[in-house]
Design a binder for this molecule. Structure first.
Ligand SMILES: [Zn+2]
Length: 200
């Protein structure tokens, strides 16, 4: 995870504040509207929402096609990753987190919204980010279950968005321009992963 928030957030906040000031109260959504539990985009995922302070609503941004899946490794455990995404001070999120021991998938940000995972605003706006529980130097975390469930998830994302299932469109965080992150690291088995994505 690596934030890259939208550019000039201060100005956006000012504009948003100004816009809210002129909207009649009755037109504002019910306070509870955002608290409803939506169905996850990936049917077998469990909805574990990030705080709305840690991602960007896509409808407030210019339209942009999603054409990348970015593969990450958390460098912390599954439950702490969810806690980080729910902590508004951390300013990071990803669309999905895959648990090591059983491949359980949590969805934290809707695919229609922009998660802050790539450390590069341009890449955030055109990608879906998947975090995998583990550490780049501890390959035991990359279990069969993790590879298989993640590959099914990535295959479904590619199908939903028309993304080619190849190494040019399913990339590691380390391939994002400007990042100093190394995940998923040298132990991530890319040939196996891409094979699984294509046979899912
Ligand atoms: Zn990463």
């Amino acid at each position: 995870m690596d934030p890259a928030r939208p550019p000039i957030p201060t100005r956006r906040r000012v504009l948003k504040g100004a816009a809210l000031a002129v909207v009649p109260y009755a037109l504002l959504p019910e306070p509870s509207a955002g608290a409803r539990t939506p169905a996850p985009d990936h049917p077998s995922a469990v909805w574990q929402p990030a705080t709305s302070a840690n991602y960007t609503r896509r409808r407030r941004q210019p339209p942009r096609r999603v054409d990348l899946v970015v593969i990450h490794v958390t460098q912390t455990d599954y439950s702490n990753t969810l806690a980080v995404f729910q902590n508004r001070r951390r300013q990071v999120s990803a669309h999905y987190v895959v648990r090591s021991r059983d491949g359980h998938v949590a969805q934290c940000v809707r695919e229609s919204d922009i998660a802050w995972h790539a450390g590069n605003w341009d890449y955030n706006t055109r990608s879906i980010g998947i975090e995998h529980e583990g550490w780049v130097d501890r390959p035991a975390y990359f279990t069969n279950a993790l590879y298989e469930h993640s590959a099914r998830l990535t295959a479904a994302i590619c199908d939903r968005h028309g993304i080619p299932k190849d190494g040019a469109h399913i990339i590691g965080h380390h391939e994002v321009p400007g990042t100093d992150h190394t995940d998923p690291g040298p132990h991530w088995d890319w040939p196996r992963y891409l094979r699984l994505v294509n046979s899912a």
